[in-house]
Design a binder for this molecule. Structure first.
Ligand SMILES: CC(C)(COP(=O)(O)OP(=O)(O)OC[C@H]1O[C@@H](n2cnc3c(N)ncnc32)[C@H](O)[C@@H]1OP(=O)(O)O)[C@@H](O)C(=O)NCCC(=O)NCCS
Length: 187
């Protein structure tokens, strides 16, 4: 038996419980299904195209790539969220590009924020010191997740896409943001 040291129970803002854990090959079908059932709007924000082929190609890529960090969040055994950190090419071995996808009916319940927190912790353990997120300027949800997390963000714009770079080290602001979120849940 192998123990998944990334597995953790987390509380969502609606009071429901989710489990965050590493992606395993057994999760392949559920992952493709998540990418099929998200709305066109979510697919567009995530992949910058409506073509689902890009989403499924990405899922296959994640499953084949051993260096990728990939976390899933499940609610009642159903896949509700997915987050990846893919180390950038060898010239930047300590930097990873991150991406997030929450099922539409779970968006706005804190999953994106929790996945970012857990992904950053996992990345720190693996020596990844910096995250990069490519975000469409219209993506209020993702911008809010990044803002709320308390990391110090560096932003630039390339071809209409906002590129955020931030250190994965725990900052006082990140700790305060996490404590505030937990206190809000317990109120
Ligand atoms: C972006 C995304 C991952 C965020 O995940 P999430 O679980 O919805 O995020 P959270 O619930 O942690 O949201 C954090 C904050 O943003 C707010 N928020 C979430 N979605 C929002 C939206 N579409 N518009 C405005 N605010 C939004 C939440 O209410 C929350 O605010 P609060 O801190 O005041 O409570 C998710 O919305 C998603 O999958 N979107 C489609 C794909 C995508 O955009 N991926 C990111 C590309 S890198």
């Amino acid at each position: 038996m192998t123990i998944d040291r990334t597995a953790a129970d987390v509380l969502l803002s609606d009071g429901s419980l989710a489990v965050v854990r590493s992606l395993t090959p057994e999760g392949t079908d559920a992952l493709h299904d998540l990418h099929d059932r998200v709305s066109d709007g979510s697919a567009q924000l995530r992949f910058f195209t409506l073509a689902r082929a890009a989403a499924h190609k990405y899922v296959d890529h994640v499953l084949e790539e051993p260096y990728q960090l990939a976390l899933v969040a499940e609610v009642d055994g159903r896949l509700a969220g997915f987050a990846t950190a893919e180390p950038l090419p060898p010239h930047l071995p300590h930097v990873a590009e991150v991406a997030f996808l929450a099922a539409d009916d779970f968006q706005g319940h804190g999953l994106g924020t929790l996945l970012l927190e857990h992904l950053a912790a996992l990345a720190r353990d693996r020596g990844i010191r910096e995250f990069e997120a490519n975000v469409l300027p219209s993506n209020q949800g993702m911008l809010r997740v990044l803002d709320d997390a308390g990391f110090r963000l560096n932003r630039c714009i390339e071809e209409g896409v906002e590129i955020y770079r931030f250190d994965t080290a725990v900052t006082a602001e990140a700790q305060a943001a996490e404590a505030e979120r937990e206190a809000r849940l317990l109120r």
